[in-house]
Design a protein around this ligand. Structure first.
Ligand code: IVH
Length: 736
């Protein structure tokens, strides 16, 4: 067990909940930064540590597991929206070899397995390992009937229509001699040329950036609209098969040649080898050709050629014994660091980006590399471990960069011999380059450790953070404005209709501009589809008419939220470290927004000892108070809040203890996950009705509300004979 996980054991339930919420948000932000913004904000080790801690908390406190738990999102598992397909034969993965010796050992294992067959010669094929996504194509009587992703190996997604758009995949097998039914397997990939062209098109249209060909191919395959997939010009190599009503041929080599005869593209680099030396020689040949191929490959796959022998050697734990992937080392190149730019992420994190003299690494021109954070540039990570042997990075340095698979280029080494005499240590800025607010490194209350990331304190005023704040403001657990999701917020922001939250409430006054924005987006989408499919569109007018109707609904939904609950409103402000639970505690303590602001400002005025004015609130520690002090200490935040309060009137938080309610005076424990409300809401509701909410079950407990996943608390309740209700039972009871 690591030090971090041990610590989890000591958390109280309230601390664990707050910590889980914080991690949920941080991991989500890191994912978005990586996958959407192409600007990772943290280094892999930190990310992994956060994920581990998240899981450790879930294990220690199963009843705190969120319904939207990140642990349930398995990378590559089927996504919603596509039907699931069970592969008739599972899609296996491959064991890996990293060194020549690993390959020698692999061949030795084969020799030993077939020891008794005296004169048997083991022949292997060698072919490139394509860095794409595997897919399985089911042909019945020569006709493509279903195409699926790998998924978790057993069950994938039905993406038949998308796969049919790939020119290398025949809809009907050519030639003759194919088995009645066969699942052809291979790799979908995107060439560098296609990737660069898409990036350029997208940049010209002000669209999203794309990280690498592999991720882009994956995204392209999961499009709802096959016309979009078609526009991406994906490619496919066939190299294996799953279920087959008859062997396609007696050997691997001949089978793949049959695939070519049936109309598939197959790798021209596959050869047969009789000795380990031949395999290793082919590895070097393919490695030498790698940068000229025009698409990513990440190794060479060796397969035992004879199918009867393959079957005899067999499979272990999802990997065939008879095949192995010999991986290439990560590709490196040397270049010069010309400049360091500081990007401000959507959560306010200052992310340094290295601007390099352009250099080709494995066929891709690299001009940028992530520098992660201040410590990374200095040469030590947040655990104090040296990075690059503790060598710092300076402007003008000659550096070795590395690109490996999905990973964004990294600076792995500084060539000190080439460091210019004039180079000085890099000074990381202490102000936000976007809004000019101080950028600080927070100290973790528990560990006493400084955060590796410097963060802009501009809260509501920093343009870089505006979108993320607006999205949070309207989100389901915050203001929950129907019909105003992240997509519309992005649109209104980019069209200049909404800059801060207050602007949302004046949209009705600008109805015409809103309509124009919707119209513009619709036109752009239609044009994209038209370009992708080559088909002219129809029904533009009726779409426009629907927009008018939608507008009225949207404005009505906004008006309906002009008197939000105080706790939701405080949460919606997105003040750092104020999650739902803390917001509810603050609302309960202060009762009204005015009182909250008054105390917040007073605390800010006593910044040296804010505890003096701040009442003791359950679950609120120095981190939250520090955050309130910096929020209320910034005049520009005041202006934003004042503008908002001119539009909305948060309802005072009233604790109505209704003595006549069924649950007044009772002690209630919630356990397991709730589906109709959040934990915070459930707790607040129970308290409004005069109940006391406890964290653990004892003889004093009157009611246990148990949702799916309830564990030890439910058991104790049953042992003690306490009344147990499910969520609906509870709602029925309180309704009475
Ligand atoms: S054979 C029974 N051949 O590598 C073996 N796989 O780590 C099935 N891959 O999921 C795979 N190029 O996505 C095979 N020439 C190749 C490959 C290849 C890429 C991928 C494939 C598979 C993964 C296994």
């Amino acid at each position: 067990m690591t030090a971090i996980e041990q610590e989890v054991e000591g958390l109280s339930e309230a601390e664990a909940r707050a910590e889980l919420d914080r991690l949920h948000e941080a991991i989500g932000a890191a994912d978005r930064a990586y996958f959407e913004a192409d600007a990772p904000e943290i280094i892999d080790a930190e990310y992994d540590a956060m994920k581990r801690r998240y899981q450790a908390i879930e294990t220690a406190f199963p009843e705190l597991k969120r319904p939207d738990s990140l642990s349930d999102k398995v990378a590559g598992a089927p996504v919603e929206g596509f039907a699931k397909i069970k592969h008739a034969v599972p899609m296996l993965s491959l064991g890996k070899a990293y060194t020549d010796q690993d390959v020698i050992d692999f061949a030795e294992r084969g020799k030993r397995f077939f020891e008794r067959d005296k004169d048997l010669e083991l022949v292997f094929t060698a072919e490139p390992k394509i860095d794409g996504l595997s897919a399985s194509l089911r042909y019945e009587n020569g006709v493509l009937v279903k195409g699926a992703t790998r998924g978790d190996g057993a069950v994938g997604e039905d993406i038949t229509e998308n796969l049919k758009t790939i020119a290398d995949i025949p809809h009907r097998l050519e030639g003759r001699g194919w088995p009645e039914a066969i699942e052809i397997r291979g790799e979908v990939y995107m060439t560098y040329a296609e990737f660069q062209a898409l990036k350029a098109r997208s940049a010209a249209a002000g669209g999203q950036d794309y990280v690498n060909p592999r991720n882009t191919a994956a995204g392209s395959l999961r499009q709802k609209d096959p016309a979009v997939t078609a526009s991406r010009n994906l490619k496919f190599f066939a190299y294996a098969w799953g279920f087959a009503s008859a062997d396609p041929a007696p050997t691997q080599y001949e089978a793949v040649h049959k695939f070519a005869a049936w109309g598939f593209a197959v790798s021209p680099l596959m050869v047969r080898c009789r000795t380990v030396d031949d395999l290793l020689a082919q590895y070097r040949i393919i490695e030498a050709k790698r940068s000229a191929l025009g698409y990513d490959i990440d190794g060479v796959v060796y397969k035992l050629d004879n199918l009867d022998l393959q079957r005899r050697w067999g499979t272990v734990t999802g990997e065939p014994r008879w095949a192995i992937a010999h991986k290439f080392p990560a590709e490196q190149a040397t270049t010069v660091l010309n400049r360091i730019d500081i990007q401000v992420g959507r959560t306010g994190t200052l992310a340094p980006v290295a601007r390099l003299s352009p250099v080709t690494v494995g066929g891709v021109v690299v001009e940028n590399a992530t520098l992660h954070n201040e410590d990374y540039i200095k040469g030590f990570d947040s655990f104090g471990e040296p990075i690059r042997d503790g060598v710092d990075i300076r402007l003008g340095d000659t550096v070795v960069i590395q690109r490996a698979g999905d990973v964004i280029p990294q600076i792995v080494k500084v060539i000190l011999d080439k460091r210019p005499a004039s180079a000085v240590p890099y000074e990381f800025p202490h102000v936000c380059p976007v809004c000019g607010s101080p950028a600080v490194r927070e100290v973790n209350e528990k560990t006493g450790k400084e955060d590796a990331r410097r963060r802009c304190t501009g809260e509501l005023i920093c343009a870089a953070q505006a979108i993320e704040r607006l999205r949070h403001f309207v989100s389901r657990n915050a203001m929950d404005i129907e019909g105003l999701g992240a997509e519309n917020i992005d649109l209104f922001f980019s069209e200049g209709l909404v800059a801060t939250a207050a602007d949302i409430f004046t949209l009705r006054d600008r109805a015409d501009d809103v309509r124009k924005a919707f119209h513009k987006r619709r036109e752009a989408q239609a044009a994209e589809r038209e370009k992708a499919s080559g088909r002219a569109r129809k029904k533009v007018l009726s779409a426009e008419e629907r927009t008018y109707e939608g507008l009225d609904k949207l404005f009505a939904a906004i008006d309906a939220r002009r008197e939000p609950e105080l706790d939701r409103f405080i949460f919606a402000l997105g003040i750092r470290h104020i999650g739902e639970t803390t917001a509810a505690a603050l609302a309960k303590t202060f009762g009204t927004m005015e009182e909250f602001i008054r105390i917040g400002k007073e605390a800010a005025a006593h910044a040296d000892n804010p505890r003096e004015v701040f009442p003791s609130v359950d679950g609120i520690g120095d981190t939250v108070i520090g955050s309130l002090v910096s929020f209320f200490g910034n005049d520009r935040n005041d202006q934003v809040v004042a503008a908002l309060l001119a539009q909305v009137r948060p309802k005072p938080y009233v604790v109505t203890i209704s003595a006549d309610s069924q649950v007044a005076g009772k002690t209630v424990v919630f356990t397991g996950s709730l589906e109709k409300m959040t934990r915070g809401e459930a707790k607040a509701m129970a308290e409004r009705l005069g109940a006391k909410v406890a964290g653990s079950v004892s003889a004093k407990t009157d009611i246990v509300v148990a949702g799916p996943g309830a564990g030890s608390k439910l058991k104790s309740a049953e042992a003690l004979g306490v009344l147990v209700l499910d969520e609906d039972g509870w709602l029925d009871l309180v309704k009475q």
